[in-house]
Design a binder for this molecule. Structure first.
Ligand code: FRU
Length: 490
């Protein structure tokens, strides 16, 4: 019943939201609220993505799973909601999880069922299964499949969630990682295995926070790429550390090596995944051509209560990103499929920028664009600041500020139109290159994703600036040269 109700409600209310009220190529909920992306997978040759969903309000509520699919990761089509909290074991919410295609042709979803009031000691979080045909899913009659009984001593029964399942082709079995709270109050990632995806055994604790990298670890993901093992987790209650980590809900990548026989992950380094203001709970999948693609929730819990006036949906996903490692460092770039949507190229080469003179370039405007700016200093002379103003008009702007002497890039959305006192600035450390930098900006109406130096750092942020503010300006302190290449995306 609850699922049918949700499907009727979302169909009726989703249709009332005009396309102009949404981004063009980013996933948003059909109606109401979304948080984490879930079940990112390929099924019968199409990409499927689910999301934490409360159709009835633009604020978080009892979680359902919303559903979209795509052929190219850029244009998404809504499908009816996939799951509702309609069983005893998930009555308080169908929390985050993942998906795989089974050999028998079904699509398997693995998720957390919440029973009992969330955030209380009485709450029970267990891992559950549903299987379906890409449209309709049936919950397994013997759910839950992983419970407190599987947990090592000291792990909390009420903070145990977000299973990420994958198939190991060589060993012909499934693995899943899930986050849990350990006895010291912080978080860990647990590894489970199964032959058939229904009956599970605990394997080991892959890594844990020991109160060093935040407390509860949510939404873990584990994969190998370019000779590196990577564990991505979303810790709650992080402590800020320089420019690398910020307070609160953050996302970190633990990089190291993995002994797949003994199941030992050896951590070598830890870094932030995104340095912007809105990024959490990402999840990855592998495409048939071997690319590792990540998609995140482009929102932060801290500012998710603040909606633009009249909003009928809340929360969106980032653009899917291709991951790679270079010198052990995570590199992220927009999926190459975006290039198919490039239109109306505007190219300016060798533009000279002089001390505090703001420059507008012909054809360089817009709010649904992919724009790359290459900056270099004037010979023998270093400039001290380079600024791009986006989503600009007389009243509004968001600034991207590069300081070569400090090796930082800052995004500042103070004047982007938020009417609330929320965090509006964040800075990322960038590679020192004697005043050279490449900034690729992707704007989609209400968001900006900035890829720095071919994906060495990424900064994702929402901006709720009125659409008519579509100006772009460039400015320096000192003299610099730049090339600009801009495409509309449609
Ligand atoms: C992360 C998270 C998950 C949980 C879900 C609930 O944002 O807290 O741990 O499964 O959201 O909506």
């Amino acid at each position: 019943m609850k699922l049918i109700e949700a499907r009727i409600y979302e169909k009726e209310n989703g249709a009332k939201i005009l396309p102009e009220e949404r981004p063009v190529f980013h996933v948003t909920p059909l109606t109401g609220w979304m948080n984490d992306p879930n079940g990112f997978s390929i099924y019968k040759g199409e990409y499927h993505l689910f999301y934490q969903y409360y159709p009835y309000d633009i604020n978080w509520g009892p979680m359902h799973w919303g559903h979209v699919k795509s052929r190219d990761l850029i244009k998404w089509e809504w499908l009816p909601a996939a799951m509702a909290p309609d069983q005893d074991y998930d009555a308080q919410g169908v929390f985050s999880g993942s998906a795989v295609e089974l050999k028998d042709g079904r699509h398997l979803l693995m998720y957390t069922g919440v029973q009992g009031q969330d955030n209380t000691p009485q709450c029970r979080q267990t891992q559950c299964i549903a299987a379906g045909d890409g449209l309709n899913y049936e919950k397994y009659e013997f759910n839950p499949v992983i419970t407190g009984e599987h947990l090592p001593q000291g792990c909390s029964l009420s903070d145990f969630r977000d299973p990420k399942i994958w198939r190991d082709h060589k060993k012909q079995c499934f693995y899943a990682v899930a986050g849990c709270r350990t006895a010291d109050g912080s978080g860990a990632v647990l590894l489970f295995t199964s032959k058939d995806a229904y009956s599970w055994e605990y394997v080991t604790m892959l890594d844990r926070s020991r109160n060093e990298y935040g407390r509860m670890w949510e939404c873990p993901d584990f994969f190998e790429k370019d000779g590196q093992a990577a564990l991505i987790v979303s810790p709650q209650e992080m402590r800020a550390e320089g420019l690398e980590f910020h307070n609160g809900n953050d996302v970190i990548c633990l990089t190291g090596s993995y002994d797949s026989t003994q199941h030992i992950f050896t951590r070598k380094s830890v870094s932030a995944v995104d340095y912007g203001l809105d990024f959490y709970a990402p999840q990855t999948m592998e495409t048939p051509d071997g690319r590792r693609i990540l998609i995140g929730w482009m929102q932060s819990w801290e500012s998710s209560r603040f909606h633009p006036e009249g909003a009928r949906w809340a929360g969106m996903c980032t653009l899917p990103r291709e991951l790679s490692f270079s010198d052990g460092r995570l590199i992220q770039n927009p999926v190459r499929e975006l290039l198919k949507y490039w239109m109306h190229p505007v190219i300016h080469k060798g533009v000279r920028l002089e001390q505090t003179k703001k420059v507008r370039l012909s054809g360089v405007t817009g709010r649904t664009i992919d724009m790359t700016v290459d900056v270099r200093p004037d010979e023998g002379q270093m400039y001290s600041k380079f600024v791009i103003y986006i989503a600009e008009n007389q009243e509004y702007s968001t600034r991207i500020v590069y300081k070569p002497w400090k090796n930082t890039v800052c995004i500042d959305r103070t004047d982007s139109g938020f009417r609330y006192h929320i965090v509006s600035k964040r800075e990322a450390p960038v590679r020192c290159q004697a005043g050279r930098i490449r900034l690729r900006l992707i704007l989609d109406r209400c968001s900006v994703e900035l890829f720095i130096n071919d994906g060495e750092q990424v900064m994702s942020s929402c901006i709720y600036t009125p659409g008519e503010a579509d100006g772009i300006l460039f400015e320096t302190e000192g003299t610099a040269w730049m090339d600009v290449e801009k495409y509309e995306i449609n």
